[in-house]
Design a binder for this molecule. Structure first.
Ligand code: GLU
Length: 267
């Protein structure tokens, strides 16, 4: 009788554990980062001024990098930066290699099925960049042309929606796209305007014609069902905007105030 009671008890305990979703039993990333004393973040190394390697210091720098540093500062922890390519951003989060991704990532509903996103912390759009010598001034002229785009980003598919006759040439990093464009291996390159403007400013042979043809709201990538962490990240972003610290960081990288407002909400 005792044995049956024990077996029944064990069964009830086992069922109770199984019934609790993993998210409840798993420790929040917020607690983990505090315990570890280091915030591990995936950032771009190829996307100035958002995330790139500073040639003098050899360290990652940029707008996304600065936002991560603000989050770490609030937690009183150090930062460790890991390179995130467009195609590795989501696996880095899903596999638990990083605590968050701040890597020019557009919040897309399809991506939201696999990871979670912070509130939108930047809004840009997509255009194309070309060499001045191509004479290309309009997206219609990209028909039959070779256009570079990074793998895992949405710029290639977005271009084909507005110009199905273009040939998308995939590369891993934006620096490779730029080189291909300058070496005349492609006629144009597509990505977010925020990067294209930087490229045009630093390469007098390039030009960014035409209008934005997409809207790209950036979110930080976080693991699914980790709401303490997501709330914390959102709270820092809201506070940065509210205190205008965000604007100061923006001015540092772009030399002007942001031309968008964030979907801020009150306390
Ligand atoms: N923001 C776009 C995306 O998340 C393009 C830029 C990129 O891939 O880095 O797909």
């Amino acid at each position: 009788m005792k044995r049956i009671a024990l077996a029944l008890f064990s069964l009830v305990v086992a069922v109770a554990f199984l019934a609790v979703p993993n998210s409840y039993s798993a420790e929040s990333t917020l607690a983990k980062v505090k315990k570890r004393g280091v915030l591990v973040a995936g950032v771009k190394f190829d996307f100035p001024p958002m995330g790139f390697i500073d040639k003098k210091t050899g360290k990652p720098d940029g707008f996304d990098v600065d936002l991560v540093k603000e989050i770490a500062k609030k937690l009183g922890v150090k930062t460790k930066f890991v390179q995130a390519l467009s195609k590795t951003r989501i696996p880095l989060i899903v596999n638990g290699n990083v605590d968050l991704i701040a890597a020019t990532m557009t919040h897309k509903r399809s991506r939201d099925k696999v990871i979670d996103f912070s509130m939108h912390y930047l809004i840009t759009g997509q255009r194309f960049i070309t060499r001045k010598d191509t004479g290309i001034k309009h997206i219609s002229q990209l028909a039959g042309k070779r256009v570079a785009a990074v793998q895992g980003g949405n710029a290639g598919p977005n271009l084909l929606k507005v110009q199905p006759k273009a040939t998308v040439v995939p590369f891993q990093e934006h620096t490779e796209n730029l080189l291909a464009l300058k070496q005349k291996k492609v006629d144009a390159m597509v990505t977010d305007d925020i990067l294209l403007q930087w490229m045009a400013k630093n390469n007098p042979d390039l030009v960014v014609p035409g209008k934005l043809y997409t809207i790209e709201p950036y979110g930080m990538g976080l693991r699914e069902n980790d709401s303490d962490w997501r709330d914390f990240v959102n709270e820092v972003l809201l506070e940065l905007w509210e205190t205008k610290r965000y604007h100061a960081i923006w001015r540092k990288w772009f030399g002007r105030d942001p031309d968008f407002t964030l979907p801020w909400y009150p306390k």
